[in-house]
Each structure stands twice: as C-alpha cells, then as structure tokens.
Ligand binder design. Structure first.
Ligand code: GLC
Length: 546
C-alpha cells in the first residue's frame, strides 16, 4: 500500500456526534447542515478527517444505533442532499469523511425485521437469530449489554429473537450470506457517495455461540468468538479495499493475537482498531484505572503493534464520560488536566481521535435528576438498580460519573443561551460552565484548552518522530507520572505528564540541554526537571544522544 493510501497514518481524526454539534434549523437537535456551518472551526482546529456518529434513519431507541434504513439520513439530521453537500464541502477543505455502520443489529422497525418476525418461512426470517420459545422462559441465560435477558419473545413464530443490546435492536444473523451481501452493497452505496471510510460498530459481537448453551459469563460469554468473526469480516474486505476505504473496527474485548491478525496490512481487515483496555467500557460502577495500570495497558498495545499494525488513540467518544472528569481533575485543575491528557495520549504512536468538545476541556454533564438523562443504557441502569433496592442518590452519583450522556451534551459555541448551539431548548441539557468554557472564548485565549489542542495537532502532524517513531515507556514506578520517548532515525522526543493533582518529583532525567517544545504550564521557569507540577505536561526535543 502506498503512503498516500495510508493517509490516515499521518492524520488526526475528529468524532462528531451530530445531534449535539450545531443546530442549524432551530429544532433543538444538531444536524448535518449544522456540521457544514462549522467547517471553518474544524479547519482552524486542524483535523484531517471527521467520523460522523450514526445519522441513519432510526427508531431513536439507542441514539441512532438502531437503524431502520442503511441508505438514508434521519430527517432530524437533514436529507441525503444535505449529506452530499456536507461531504463535498468537507472535501473542498481537505477534510475526509468516515461514517459509522452498525453491523451487529438493526432496529426492530427495520423492514427486514418487520418481515422476518411474521413467519418462519418469510425470506427475511433468517436475517436474524431465533430460538424456540414458549414466551415465558428465555432460551438460555444470555444477557444483553444493556441488562436483562438477551431474548425477546416473538409470539407470531413461537420463538424469541436475540438482541445483544436493546430489545429494539435485534441481532443480525451473520451466518447468512445474504446478510453479508446486504452489508457489502450498503458499503458500496456510501462509497459511491464519496465517503472515505467506515467505523464498523461492535465487530466483536458478530459471532454467537452456535450451541445456544448457557454460559459462565452471561454478559459476554456467548459472543467474542473472535476466530468466528473473521470470515464475516473477510466477506466485507473486498468492497472496502476496492474503494480504498479507511476501516476502523470498534473491537471491545479484542485480544492481542487477534488484533495483530485483523490489522495485518495484507491479510487483515482493519486499518485501525478501537480497543478499550484503558477504559472500563460499559461498567457503570467501576472506578478509573490507576496511572500504573494505564502505563501497563497502553504500553502493552504500543509495543505489541510496533511493526504489526497501527493504533487508534482515543480517550473519549460518545459512549464514555468526559476525559477531564474521568482521568483528570475537573475540580481543581480542569484546564491544566484537560491539556495534559491531550498531550499524554495524542503523542503516542497511532492516529489520534478527538471527540467533539474534548478540545474545549468539557467536563461531565453534572446532571442531578434522572429525567435529565436521555441515554437508554443510563435509564435502564437506574431503574434496575432501584429495583434491587440501591439508593437513588448513590445511583445518580454513578450515572454522574459514568453515564454516556456526559459526553452527549451540546457543544457550547458561545456563552449565550443554550451555548449558541440552538435558539431553542436542546434535546438534552447543556453541560456546566457554558459561560467560561465555550468556543468563542477559548479561541481568543492563548492559554485555553482549545489553543493547546491546536498546538498539539500541529506538532503531531509536523514531527515525523511523533507519527512514525518507536514508542518506549520510561517507567517511573509511581502513581503519578507517565513518561515516554518517541524515536525516529536518531531523532528523540520525550513526553512527560504528571497525571496527578500533586507535585511529582523525579531524579531520572537530565534534560538540561534539551529543548522544551510545548508545555501547559503558564510560567515555564517552573519547568524544573526534578519538580513536575500537578497535571503539568511537557514535550521535549531531546539533545542528540552521543
Ligand atoms: C456501539 C455504539 C454505541 C451503541 C452500541 C449498540 O458500541 O458506539 O453507542 O449503543 O454500539 O449499537
């Protein structure tokens, strides 16, 4: 593959969650023309491609990931013409476009499923996964990611269908070659509309246990047969390759051996994999990982993929809480910790993804009542917890820390009403501190999180060692510092981040002759090699090694 075809190795990506980006038609919901209206913002930020989260017509149960038509645009986001205009405008600015594709399930309202559920002989019946059912007892103990049984009775056929996510998201039967062919055609249909790539949703879920037996871990034990997924991915590979599409797999739970196979440039299926070792995905009650664990988990991937594949680097997306609240210190060091986190992950080896609002240092939503939440997973969790007797206050506290809605609040463009996102009440409440933290204000502030992200993006794009250089952890064996080196053809760079709210002390580094290229500390006379301030981040160009 040529270097031009591997453009994504030198690129910075930006994820757009359309319902919360910008509302152009004053209905309280962001839309595709709203994205187009803000292209200059993306250009100034300096990103090379956008990934648009699911915008297909949907049943609106799982925020667009319950698709009713794979070849369209949900009316709340605009029309297909709007989409084509957006792609053309982004391309004219030099920004490429990646779209989402939910492969594992459709909406229960999708015409395939409406037909499939009518009778066992319907031609679409075998598009989905069924087991005989008396309507009372689930066929086995399999549970959905969103809680409860993964089976829903379908009285018309005396069966139950499998849904590994919401009840309204029946799982597709990937054993059926016709399902594979449908997806091939859908990919070609969008390629014909000039998209540059796909983020393939939930690929580790595609293969289910064929014996339908009870499993030891009802949440995950019936899928994640990763070897079984490979033939399905192989069926998609020709259309993706023929159209030179960037392929990003959402691969929660993927192991290292499989990741290497899937990322192999000649025999693999993906250019980039989104894996979740550094976050506790879906686990509402789990606390954040300590720095030592982050060092271990991220380094494991960086080292293993060296020479074997390319990493997708991210700390936020539409399914995770805000990074500054999760990893950082949103109370005492909101600005500095947001900047430090940016340097920490973006300068590792791989293609960085920024999730909208992360570059502003947006924090969690600070919702205090259940009726502020829109996310189905959060609402289900709340009701399940209360049913088991968990206290309301405690459950709300967990949601405030981990709910997916934390990342789904609208972008504050200005400090005005509704953050200038819309002229009317948005579909979900704004996050906190809109007056202080918004695009208008931050773009005029040389010390803002936004300005720092612009600098980070530029440095990532312009320094070859920060793109292709080898990554090497410098283990400080503490619970504060994350230090690593990037090396390329004798050119050495050092990233040093204090990931804690206390001063860190280290004797390890002689940096006297090295050049400090970027830091998030206001007064750089504080940049003492031995004393590293809370959430201080430094990028050094190291002097030539003798
Ligand atoms: C993916 C999406 C998430 C969605 C899930 C089920 O993980 O990122 O938002 O809920 O798939 O469709």
């Amino acid at each position: 593959m040529t270097d031009t075809q591997q453009w994504w190795r030198h690129a910075v990506g930006y994820q757009i969650y359309p319902q919360s980006f910008f509302d152009s038609n004053h209905d309280g919901v962001g839309d595709l023309p709203g994205v187009q209206a803000k292209i200059n913002y993306l250009k100034d930020l300096g990103v090379d491609f956008v990934w648009l989260a699911s915008f297909y017509p949907s049943g609106h149960v799982d925020s667009g990931y319950d698709v009713t038509d794979y070849c369209g645009v949900d009316p709340q986001f605009g029309t297909l013409t709007d989409f084509e205009a957006l792609v053309a405008a982004l391309h004219a600015t030099g920004i490429k476009v990646v779209i989402d594709l939910a492969l594992n399930h459709t909406s229960a309202q999708h015409p395939w499923f409406r037909a499939a559920r009518q009778s066992r002989t319907n031609p679409y019946h075998d598009y989905y996964i069924w087991q005989p059912s008396d309507g009372q007892t689930p066929p086995n103990n399999w549970q959905s990611v969103f809680g409860d049984s993964a089976w829903q009775p379908n009285p018309a056929t005396h069966e139950a269908y499998l849904h590994s996510f919401a009840t309204a998201q029946p799982d597709l039967n990937w054993e059926n070659p016709r399902v594979q062919q449908e997806m091939v055609q859908i990919i070609q249909w969008w390629a014909d509309r000039h998209v540059d790539g796909f983020r393939l949703d939930g690929v580790t879920h595609l293969k289910k246990r064929a014996d339908f037996a009870d499993v030891a871990d009802p949440r995950t034990g019936y899928y994640q047969d990763l070897a079984g997924v490979a033939p399905y991915l192989a069926a998609l590979r020709p259309v993706l390759t023929a159209n030179h599409l960037l392929t990003i797999g959402e691969a929660g739970g993927v192991d290292m051996t499989t990741a290497k196979q899937w990322l192999d440039p000649t025999t693999g299926f993906f250019d980039l994999l989104l894996e979740f070792d550094h976050v506790h995905f879906w686990e509402m009650a789990e606390p954040k990982l300590p720095v030592a664990a982050l060092r271990a988990n991220l380094t494991k991937w960086q080292v293993a993929l060296e020479g074997h594949g390319w990493s997708a680097l991210f700390i936020e997306n539409h399914d995770l809480p805000r990074a500054v609240s999760y990893y950082g210190d949103a109370v005492d060091y909101p600005r500095r910790s947001a900047q430090a986190l940016g340097m920490w992950y973006m300068l590792m080896k791989g293609t960085p993804f920024i999730y909208q609002g992360q570059e502003l240092g947006l924090t969690n939503a600070d919702f205090t009542q259940i009726d502020q939440y829109r996310d189905l997973d959060s609402c289900n969790y709340y009701h399940r917890q209360l049913a088991t007797g968990a206290p309301v206050a405690n459950t709300l506290k967990q949601l405030a820390a981990k709910s997916r809605d934390n990342a789904r609040t609208p972008i504050p463009w200005t400090g005005k009403a509704y953050g200038g996102f819309s002229t009317t009440t948005p579909w979900i409440d704004m996050g906190p501190d809109v007056a202080q933290r918004n695009v208008e204000r931050e773009s005029h502030d040389p010390l803002s999180v936004l300005t720092f992200y612009q600098q980070l993006i530029r440095v990532k794009q312009s320094v070859p060692a920060l793109q292709t250089g080898r990554y090497e952890l410098i283990d400080t064996y503490d619970d504060q510092l994350y230090v690593y080196r990037r090396t390329y053809n004798g050119d050495n760079w050092l990233v040093m981040v204090n990931m804690s709210s206390q001063i860190a002390t280290t004797q390890e580094f002689d940096l006297t002759a090295s050049e400090l290229i970027l830091t998030n500390l206001l007064v750089d006379s504080d940049s003492d090699a031995q004393q590293i301030q809370p959430w201080e981040a430094r990028l050094y160009h190291l002097r030539q090694l003798e």
